[in-house]
Write a protein that binds this ligand. Structure first.
Ligand SMILES: Nc1ncnc2c1ncn2[C@@H]1O[C@H](COP(=O)(O)OP(=O)(O)OP(=O)(O)O)[C@@H](O)[C@H]1O
Length: 628
């Protein structure tokens, strides 16, 4: 450790100054949260000490009852939060309070919009932690000593939040005291009544005693009394807990300003015993947005009430990474490591239970609260889709929860479930039809869906990046095949009244000369030219064979740097269309070649592809328009 004797002044990292400025300016309307944040830090510090003391009991010697004391001095205008938790060494103070250690914070700063209202929302989800002290204080003093360090190795840190702080080595008890020098108008926090009220509102569930000085004749005495429940919330019987209790716990667990959308709380007893408390956030938590699949957080593992670690990766599959909560196991060994968690039978059981309970919760929400469920789909629907590939055992349950846009729904909102779709299938329809494209407009306007539309057959519109990948794993739902409308033979004869098969065969026969002409003219660009059953209005479209990769997926793969074998598409034509008829009757070979190219280029454009020769395309269109 670096020795400090006289106070030294240091500068905050530039980003800290930025966060501080933002916190103090944008969170004023939520100023009470400072108390919740500081209590939550104190509670984390007690958790950490309790955990370290498992291996080294000497750490808590002489002061083993972990607690958080809050006191105030009306004359000096100070409010002090003191915990006898893990404390910090000088290096840790510099690291934790003077810099922005977490990569998520940097990303958070980059994402700020400059719009105060939006940024407040964002910072609320991000969890402002220690810096929230500066919402109500114009100076903050932190006195701290790491458990295990000698009494003289304490640190005094002080700052007015304007860009610099001072550090000094001092004598200090184990743990941390945060002393807030309150701003002129923040007198309300110098009241036992007000503090008690805030503690029961925001911090009642904290598992350590939070104590306030006993009041006598309007003054604080030296005696302290516990004002919270001081029992881990998830250990309390459900019947005793109110919605506010669950929401309060959620907020301090997740640092979210918003209420959770829903939660599930279960005690499991059997071959092993554990408690689960899982929350579904109403808004995407920031880390779920910023941190990738490998950096996730949000599910805390406790063993017999002792906080062990964040074990989201071990206890939840990646496609449920938006869930937040607590797992408290009675049977895992306290000295469990991440490695042990990876490969442990009990953990595998708990993980399966977390998955099941999360899916139960989502199903219940889908049935009971359409609005909240729709918000879930809007926020997390694409994350859930990963489950189709990842969790084969639960594939059908996950598929049931998915929602899509379709030709029967309004706009691009994903509102149609596979069950809704099946309920609307027409006579003779055996498959669930979908089209996939780069965007909603492209999917909805796909020429390939024209004939299905004309027959009143609904088509699901898939246009999220993940869809094509997911569809590679979702071949069937409730015994019905999922079929890409742009692939293979649609067997439209089986639908509805079946149409006039004979008339179709005659039309195909009649189109043979134009097919032959087009095949010859476009032989370098297409694999085959066929009469389409899919088209009613457009002259042409591109289709794929049953096992070809969807064309926009091929493009995505190429963009991502994958070598894709060049495969020529199949062109389908509508022999009734004027352009096709024109080609058929065109005696001038050069013009016929130009127009057939146009037929192909139009199909490419509607498929979302880039043209090889846009200038040539425009020239051809103009020639056609000018009747040349
Ligand atoms: N009372 C305390 N005792 C010991 N360490 C503390 C205390 N308060 C803060 N710290 C340390 O400072 C770090 C930064 O605290 P801060 O509240 O800013 O963020 P955080 O708690 O890590 O994140 P979040 O608030 O989003 O959970 C903490 O991670 C912890 O290591």
């Amino acid at each position: 450790m670096t020795e400090t004797t006289a106070p030294q002044t240091r500068k905050f990292e530039a980003e800290v100054a930025q966060v501080l400025h933002l916190v103090t300016h944008s969170l004023y309307s939520h100023k009470e949260i400072f108390l919740r944040e500081l209590i939550s830090n104190a509670s984390d510090a007690c958790d950490k000490l309790r955990f370290e003391a498992l291996a080294n009991p000497a750490l808590t010697e002489g002061d083993a009852e972990l607690r958080i004391d809050i006191s105030f001095d009306a004359e000096a205008r100070t409010l002090t939060l003191r915990d006898n938790g893990i404390g910090m060494s000088q290096d840790e103070v510099i690291e934790n309070i003077g810099t922005i250690a977490r990569s998520g914070t940097r990303k958070f700063l980059e994402s700020l919009s400059g719009d105060a209202r939006k940024d407040t929302q964002l910072i609320g989800q991000f969890g402002v932690g220690f810096y929230s002290a500066f919402i109500v204080a114009d100076k903050v003093t932190l006195i701290t000593r790491r458990a295990g360090n000698a009494p003289g190795e304490g640190v005094r840190w002080e700052s007015d939040g304007s860009g610099e702080y001072t550090l000094e080595a001092i004598e200090a008890p184990r743990g941390s005291s945060v002393i807030l020098h309150l701003k002129q108008d923040e007198t309300e926090f110098l009241s036992a009544w007000k503090l008690r009220d805030l503690i029961s509102k925001y911090s009642d569930h904290i598992a350590f005693p939070i104590r306030l000085p006993v009041q006598k004749d309007g003054k604080s005495t030296d005696e302290f009394e516990t004002v919270n429940h001081a029992a881990a919330l998830w250990t309390r019987p459900k019947s005793e807990l109110k919605d506010e209790d669950y929401q309060g716990f959620y907020k301090s667990l997740s640092h979210d300003f918003n209420d959770a959308a829903s939660w599930t709380h279960n005690r499991v007893e059997g071959s092993q015993s554990y408690t689960l408390l899982l929350y579904l956030p109403a808004k995407p938590p920031l880390d779920a947005m910023f941190n990738g699949r490998d950096e996730r957080k949000g599910l805390k593992l406790y063993i017999r009430r002792v906080f062990i670690m964040d074990a989201s990766e071990q206890l939840l599959p990646a496609y449920l990474r938006f869930m937040r909560g607590v797992v408290d196991s009675d049977d895992l060994p306290l000295n469990v490591s991440r490695e042990i968690l990876q490969d442990n039978r009990l953990v595998a059981q708990i993980r399966a239970a977390c998955t099941k309970r999360s899916l139960d919760l989502l199903e219940k929400l889908a049935n009971d609260d359409k609005e909240k469920f729709q918000a879930f789909i809007d926020n997390f629907g694409n994350v859930l889709k990963e489950g189709i590939a990842e969790d084969t055992a639960n594939r059908e349950r996950i598929a049931k929860l998915l929602r899509f846009a379709s030709t029967a729904s309004e706009g691009q909102a994903r509102t149609v479930s596979l069950d809704d779709y099946i309920g609307r299938m027409t006579v003779g329809q055996e498959a669930i039809y979908y089209i996939s494209a780069d965007g909603y407009g492209a999917a909805k306007g796909s020429p390939q869906i024209e004939a299905l539309r004309a027959r009143n057959v609904e088509v699901l519109l898939m246009f999220d990046r993940i869809d094509e990948w997911m569809l590679g794993y979702l071949h069937e739902y409730a015994g019905k095949k999922l079929r890409n409308v742009a692939k293979g033979d649609l067997e439209l004869d089986k639908l509805g009244d079946g149409g006039d098969k004979q008339a179709r065969e005659e039309a195909e026969k009649a189109a043979e000369p134009v097919l032959a002409k087009l095949k010859e003219l476009l032989s370098e660009r297409v694999r085959d030219v066929r009469v389409s059953q899919r088209l009613t209005d457009s002259p042409s479209c591109l289709v794929l064979d049953e096992y070809d990769m969807a064309s926009h997926m091929q493009r995505l793969m190429r963009e991502a740097g994958h070598e894709m074998p060049a495969s020529k598409p199949i062109l389908e034509i509508n022999p009734q269309h004027a352009l096709v008829k024109r080609i058929e009757g065109e005696a001038d070979a050069a013009r016929a070649a130009e127009f057939s190219l146009l037929l192909f280029e139009q199909a490419q454009l509607m498929d979302g592809a880039q043209l090889d020769d846009p200038a040539g395309f425009v020239r051809r269109i103009n020639a056609l328009l000018a009747g040349v």
